[in-house]
Design a protein around this ligand. Structure first.
Ligand code: SF4
Length: 899
């Protein structure tokens, strides 16, 4: 069926004379309806007949409804979740195809393949063409699927057009009206057959190519240096266009909108609606995305699913944190801060073998904190409701009944919160309810299922249901390329017009034989056809507005990019995009000299010990933020023992061992079996402080840790025998109040050994560390120098060393000695004597302590970017990297001069 150019006026007058207008997508139908209303009002009408204007799927469904009402049909037209459910059942019952894909994703693929086959008339040819394990498996599933539909009187949506055609041929359906099709790039064979059938009943059918009648003002191909610049140029252009013509209708088209959506949103918000950076500003933005996001990805729905999942299984701590901090659960206005404190200081600091907690165990923990009574009561109500509904039991019931249970559970948890919902939240809530109703339609099979199955079905449905807040007819509409079919604009900007993105790469369907897909010209089957379709789209877009701009970035994430050949064919002038300088900040920033003295430090021991000096050496601001403002990041809990828990465990076992053995001579005299038994006893005692194992997995994990400790520490004690004789004087000794310049610090020494002539200070290290960390004006690891110069003063120091508790040849004592080989193979001192080194350290450490006390808070990381890599203060310090480049350069120069 050939298309004919038409104007908006042609379409509106066709609607006025009673023609049926069918659009290829929902958006085009909505826009035309609005324009028709405006047209009627402009012509002075007060009342008018509602136009017959529908998107294709709604139109065919309404025709099916007519057949049902007339009694000529009684089959149930499946919705997409019902169809996928059938496919999933059929696939789950087939164990012939081994695949890594889940049943759920295969079911979705199978439904897609069946739709293509039905719409392109390939069903009869499938069996013969199937030549791989996947396509043959699909051919068998398709047989079973059709059998199932036949016996249960079901109709898959993909066969609707064919069934309507048969109904017309049997004279069960008749249309004599005028039918206009708008926004169809091409028609599938099933659509063509249906329309021909209508033509035979007397209907006139025409394919309309809606084109603007406004004269062309600009046709341009523009380039930007990077993809981000391309977005900025488009947003700035949209802003300029709106400033010149506030009533303009602007379309921004993106071939892969889902991939680009976040970045587009961020850039357009910054340029078109900077006032919305203030999250309290709820005014509508001048742009909107016409396609919504999956319901499951939106926080309000995601929180509901997390609450439901929590009633049947433990959740990872991070997800529990999101729940506790969410405004969509309980009365958060009153509770939010208290819950945040519980999350940061209790939950995240729990010692766990697995970072997951059940609802019951969190309630138990909450019960210990009376000020959290409201949250405790809320979770207890959820738990009670879960028990009443039997969600964790073997109870089976219909999907509809489970959806009612879900409503109950969420009511108990006061989802979605007790505050007044915003308009968008209210719409989302309605969409959620309709998703529950959709899942309830799975009762068409009469199956009774456990709660987990019903919940999984709901999750699938939420992933497939898109939600967009009701359109406020923003002047800038951001959409996918296909969505723009059937709409006219005043200006269009087509993003990502480079050769890797346009035309889209063909993607044959993996469950259908490739030859069959090509033979039937299915979409995505071959390059030539994809090119042809993409070319037709470019032609359609060029006639959709008087001003059209195609753009591409010269540099993409994977390297240089070229313009798409299909866009180059237009022969339009190419020029660099206009990139304006960033808009001035809304609030002008001022430089305020930081001259006010900080309040004096209180005269007491500072928390944090040596870390105060370590942080001051790394960056003055970081030390200030972490040790005076106490700005810290939230702990994250990983699976099993983390590095610090492992280090503490190793320390504890060694401490217990030397508390018994005391000297190297005793160790040497200890028979091997006795040493092994003592080590096992110490390990056992130390492990008593780890969380009790709950599951066989926990037990196996702890057993592995015991073996790891046994093997590491037997080797270590063997190594200790190779040293000169020693006695362990202090093992893990704390000093509560040591003065370092103006500071009072507490510190703990891992170990002090008495050797001939003096003492050896030892610091255990299970991770990476090295003596370079002791050196320089800003030492990375000042802990041992601090002990050596302050805690151990008054005793003769023979050596200081890291004890590297790592397997293989990394196991050693690494440090400096006073020249008497108190440790094996000491490193060469940077000073003439160890005493001289101690004096140097003392001066450096006092200097750092003075800087901290004086509030030297310069944002000056020791080594950018390494110092900043894991720093939690990045938001607070507002690091200006451009000043660091100067610092780095000047340091390089200084080094060169020293050199
Ligand atoms: S991010 Fe870097 S500059 Fe900022 S506080 Fe941390 S270490 Fe200092």
């Amino acid at each position: 069926m050939d298309s004919q150019p038409s104007s908006l006026a042609d379409i509106l007058s066709a609607l006025a004379r009673g023609a049926t207008v069918i659009t290829s997508n929902q958006r085009a139908a909505r826009t035309l309806r609005t324009l028709y209303t405006q047209h009627q009002q402009a012509s002075g009408q007060h009342t008018w007949q509602s136009p017959s204007l529908l998107p294709w799927d709604a139109w065919t469904a309404s025709l099916w409804q007519k057949l049902l009402q007339s009694g000529t049909e009684d089959r149930l037209l499946l919705n997409s979740i019902q169809e996928q459910h059938l496919w999933a059942e059929i696939i789950a019952a087939d164990d012939t195809l081994a695949t890594l894909r889940s049943t759920e994703s295969l079911a979705s693929l199978a439904a897609g393949a069946f739709t293509l086959l039905s719409r392109y008339g390939g069903r009869d040819q499938l069996k013969r063409a199937a030549n791989t394990a996947e396509t043959q498996a699909f051919a068998n599933w398709a047989d079973r699927f059709e059998r199932r539909c036949r016996t249960a009187s079901l109709l898959p949506p993909s066969q609707l057009e064919h069934e309507l055609q048969l109904a017309i041929e049997k004279s069960h359906l008749k249309l004599t009206t005028e039918i206009l099709l708008i926004g169809f790039e091409s028609l599938t064979p099933a659509q063509t057959n249906l329309l021909h059938a209508f033509q035979h009943t007397g209907a006139t059918v025409s394919l309309q190519d809606l084109q603007t009648t406004q004269p062309t003002t600009e046709n341009l191909l523009t380039t930007a240096p990077t993809q981000q610049d391309e977005l900025r140029a488009a947003a700035q252009w949209a802003r300029r266009t709106l400033q010149q013509s506030p009533a303009a209708r602007i379309a921004i088209l993106a071939p892969s909108l889902d991939d680009d959506r976040t970045e587009i949103d961020r850039t357009f918000r910054e340029i078109l609606a900077p006032e919305q950076q203030d999250i309290a500003n709820a005014a509508p933005a001048p742009y909107e995305f016409s396609l919504g996001s999956p319901l499951a990805s939106l926080p309000m729905a995601a929180i509901a699913i997390e609450l439901l999942r929590w009633t049947i299984q433990p959740l990872p701590i991070q997800r529990i944190s999101s729940l506790l901090l969410s405004p969509y659960f309980g009365n958060t206005t009153a509770e939010q801060n208290i819950r945040a404190e519980f999350d940061a200081f209790i939950l995240r600091q729990s010692k766990l073998l697995r970072p997951e907690l059940s609802l019951r165990s969190v309630i138990n923990e909450l019960n210990k904190h009376p000020h959290l009574a409201t949250t405790t009561a809320l979770l207890a109500a959820l738990q009670q409701s879960a028990s009443d509904q039997g969600v964790a039991s073997t109870r089976k019931q219909g999907y509809g009944e489970w959806m009612e249970s879900i409503r109950e559970l969420l009511r108990a948890a006061q989802w979605p919160g007790t505050r007044t919902l915003s308009s968008t939240e209210f719409q989302l809530r309605r969409k959620w309810e309709s998703a529950l109703d959709t899942v309830a339609t799975l009762d068409f099979t009469g199956d009774r299922v456990p709660f987990t199955e019903a919940l999984t079905a709901l999750e699938t449905s939420l992933r497939e249901t898109r939600f967009a807040p009701q359109s406020h007819n923003a002047p800038v509409q951001i959409m996918g390329v296909l969505e723009s079919a059937g709409s006219l604009f005043d200006a269009v900007w087509f993003l990502r017009g480079h050769d890797a993105a346009w035309p889209p790469r063909p993607r044959p369907h993996p469950l259908l034989p490739w030859q069959l897909q090509r033979k039937l010209s299915m979409p995505g089957a071959d390059i030539a056809q994809s090119q042809q379709q993409a070319r037709a789209i470019v032609q359609r877009i060029r006639h959709s507005a008087p001003q059209i701009i195609f753009s591409f970035a010269e540099q993409g994430a994977d390297g240089p990019q070229r313009r798409s050949s299909l866009i180059a064919e237009l022969g339009w002038p190419q020029q660099p995009a206009i990139l304006e300088a960033p808009a001035p900040a809304i609030i002008e920033t001022q430089l305020v000299p930081d001259t006010d003295p900080l309040p004096a430090l209180p005269d007491r021991v500072l928390r944090g010990g040596e870390s105060v000096l370590r942080l001051q050496a790394a960056c003055g601001f970081r030390a200030f933020a972490e040790r005076r403002l106490w700005a810290t990041e939230l702990d994250t809990i990983a699976i099993g023992l983390d590095a610090s828990q492992w280090g503490n465990l190793v320390h504890d076992v060694i401490r217990r061992f030397w508390a018994e053995v005391k000297t190297q001579a005793n160790l040497r005299a200890l028979p091997e079996a006795a040493r092994t038994t003592l080590l096992a006893t110490c390990i056992h005692a130390a492990l008593r402080h780890t969380p009790a194992p709950d599951t066989p997995w926990d037990e196996a994990y702890l057993e592995t840790q015991q073996q790891r400790l046994r093997s590491l520490l037997s080797a270590w004690f063997e190594f200790e025998l190779s040293r000169k004789p020693f006695a362990v004087n202090l093992s893990e000794k704390s000093f509560d109040d040591i003065s370092v310049g103006p500071l009072r610090l507490g510190m703990r020494i891992d170990r002090v050994d008495q050797v001939e002539g003096g003492i050896v200070l030892i610091d255990y290290k299970t991770g990476r560390a090295g003596i370079p960390g002791w050196q320089g004006e800003r030492p990375d690891d000042p802990q041992l120098p601090l002990y050596a110069t302050f805690a151990a003063s008054g005793q003769h120091l023979e050596a200081i060393a890291f004890a590297r508790l790592r397997t293989g040849n990394q196991m050693k004592l690494e440090g400096y000695d006073a020249g008497n080989n108190a440790i094996p193979r000491p490193a060469k001192l940077k000073t003439a004597t160890l005493d001289e080194q101690l004096d140097q350290w003392r001066n450096i450490l006092i200097h750092l302590a003075e800087d901290f006390a004086a509030g030297i808070t310069d944002v000056e990381p020791k080594q950018y970017p390494n110092t900043c890599k894991y720093c939690a203060q990045r938001l607070l310090c507002r690091l200006d990297v451009s000043t660091l480049q100067l610092l780095d350069d000047s340091e390089d120069e200084a080094e060169d001069t020293d050199g």
